[in-house]
Design a protein around this ligand. Sequence first.
Ligand SMILES: Nc1ncnc2c1ncn2[C@@H]1O[C@H](COP(=O)(O)OP(=O)(O)OP(=O)(O)O)[C@@H](O)[C@H]1O
Ligand SMILES: [Mg+2]
Length: 263
Amino acid sequence: MSATLEDSPRLASTEVAVKLDGVRKVYGRGDRAVTALDGLDLRVAPGEFVCLLGASGCGKSTLLNLVAGLDKPSAGSIELNTSRPAVMFQEAALMPWLTAARNVELPLRLAGFGRADRRAKAAELLELVRLGGVGAKRPHELSGGMRQRVALARALAATLRVDGADAPALLLMDEPFAALDAITRDVMQGELLRIYRSTGTAVLFVTHDVREAVRLGQRVVLLSSRPGKVVREWAGSPGVEDAELTDEITARLREVISSHAAG
Ligand SMILES: Nc1ncnc2c1ncn2[C@@H]1O[C@H](COP(=O)(O)OP(=O)(O)OP(=O)(O)O)[C@@H](O)[C@H]1O
Ligand SMILES: [Mg+2]
């Protein structure tokens, strides 16, 4: 589902798209409290593609939800200098009663686009994700990969503003390709890179898959086990398979996971 953010935090400076300082998130109270994130600092530059890696349960989804404005941090600050962030999750979460085209139009309608504009922009976005021919189909008539393409088109639609204001866009992606088979995932990674390069949106992309992170991210950020904070980051090699870097990051991820298992 695309996020709507009523009270989107704003940042005057234009150097960063996203700025997190000392972010802490605690769920629950008393002895049932779970600290998901603690002391997390992160910057994403406008137009930058950042991949977040970390053990299961280290707080990656929590982080995305906070940036999306779906939840509030317990401490620290999150500032955005972007248009309303769009979110894409592991499940496409399309409206089953709406056609693919209407699903893409939905965030445009919420943003106040008129009918003709909505139709035209949705058609454009479906072309962009190479689904030009399937606008009239409903989600159950599409494959899992096609549904994720519709979800991607809808997320891109959610970054558009009716006044055409050109605040840099931000796409938040939480393991969007994890449920796809290996070949479809590979195709979708290539498609995402192509679309990313043609739109200039910043992307914060969560994944378990080190190869995926290295292939997609200009920067790969490794979070510690819960409570999550940044332990290490690398420059990625977008569009290229870098086996050496993948091995190095995998080794560090294993350390992070095993230190958690031990502790
Ligand atoms: N709404 C919630 N209420 C209570 N605890 C929560 C809630 N959401 C997340 N948590 C806890 O916070 C921690 C971080 O969860 P989160 O979903 O952010 O992890 P994650 O890194 O996305 O994991 P995964 O890789 O498995 O998706 C976990 O221990 C989880 O149980
Ligand atoms: Mg998660």
